[in-house]
Write a protein that binds this ligand. Structure first.
Ligand code: DAH
Length: 340
């Protein structure tokens, strides 16, 4: 009786193994047949009631069926595993013949680039390139530049004050004072660097930006020298002849002081949105060094005089590269930086 049901069991189990449509379904069948509480385990238990000689014959048959079914399951499981792998290979693959993407070396920041170009231009004209600290004394940043005690620029609104009489420099002009202390006139120097103002940030205002300061002190320096050097710098930077004009401008450390404009490079002076239809773009402040500044640095203004300028490097970079949001420059965003 048991023999007959063993044969039947084997046949029906094989049929279910073959027809299983998924690994999960196959596993369910395996548990039902070969599991600890499965059909074969059940038959094993029933064998206990058989007479001894019948028991060993049934036992052998049962073992044979069990091994045969186990082999069958293993083979079918392997089929499913292979099909899974084949499906993965269909969707996940690499083309080994594609060229490698190559290294992505760093780029020079647009402001650094412009700074280097300006340094090269002035070095070629015999200027020294000076560096000053970003934390300055109140004396160098204001007093020695003839900026009065009650000047609004000293207000907490514009200046980041530090402990004691120090601050984050609000312009590169204090390097003029350091230059006068360090170099003997006649002297020519520029000083590029980072400056800070307590501004609320938007697309055209930053609390941190870059300037270049320039100064020349000699015996008979005039506005003609100033214009000459400014034109030389701008022509070198823009790789073409630029037309400049001076308007009166007030800066306590120069007298007379000017705002220097250039003919708009976009429209050549005809009027466009960049120059707000005026044909001119404001470029920098400049002038002849104020006698008080020379005097405070120990130079006799009857013997020495000079010119100076302060150029907004950040603004220039934005104009040159068509950057319309100042915040991008300090964002550290590689998508922005890789365009240069
Ligand atoms: N320091 C001025 C500023 O930050 C710019 C400036 C104007 C610098 C005139 C100069 C100068 O050397 O002569 O707005």
């Amino acid at each position: 009786m048991l023999e007959a049901s063993l044969k039947e069991l084997e046949a029906s189990a094989r049929a279910r193994i073959v027809s299983a449509s998924s690994a999960q379904e196959l596993e369910a069948v395996r548990v039902e047949v070969l599991g600890r509480k499965g059909v074969i385990a059940g038959i094993s238990k029933q064998m206990a009631g058989l007479p001894a000689e019948e028991r060993s014959a049934v036992g052998r048959h049962l073992n044979a069926v069990k091994r045969a079914l186990e082999a069958e399951f293993a083979a079918r499981q392997a089929e499913f595993a292979e099909a899974r792998l084949a499906a993965r290979l269909d969707t996940e693959w690499v083309d080994l013949t594609l060229p490698a993407p190559g290294p992505r070396p760093g780029r020079m920041h647009p402001i650094t680039r412009l700074q280097c170009e300006i340094e090269d231009l002035f070095l070629s004209m015999g200027f020294a390139v000076l560096d000053g600290p970003e934390t300055e004394t109140e004396y160098n940043n204001f007093d020695a530049l003839n900026i009065p005690r009650d000047h609004p620029a000293r207000d907490a609104q514009d200046t980041f004050w530090l402990k004691g009489e120090t601050l984050l420099r609000t312009h590169t002009s204090p390097v003029q004072i350091r230059g006068l202390a360090k170099l003997k006139p006649p002297l020519r120097m520029i000083a590029p660097g980072r400056v800070f103002r307590n501004e609320s940030v938007d697309a055209s205002h930053e609390h941190t930006f870059y300037q270049v300061e320039g100064m020349m002190v000699d015996r008979e320096v005039s506005i003609a020298h100033l214009i000459y050097y400014m034109k030389a710098m701008l022509t070198g930077l823009f790789h073409r002849e630029v037309t400049v004009r001076l308007r009166p401008g007030y800066f306590p450390f120069v007298e007379p002081g000017f705002e220097l404009d250039i003919h708009c490079l976009i429209c050549d002076g005809a009027g466009c949105p960049v120059c707000k239809q005026s044909g001119w773009v404001e470029q920098m402040g400049c002038g002849l060094v104020h006698p008080n500044v020379l005097r405070m640095s120990g130079l006799d203004p009857d013997v020495w005089n000079g010119w100076a300028f302060g150029l907004g490097l950040t603004r220039l970079a934005m104009m040159r590269y068509g950057i319309d949001d100042i915040r991008l420059l300090q964002s550290g965003d590689l998508r922005f930086l890789y365009q240069f």
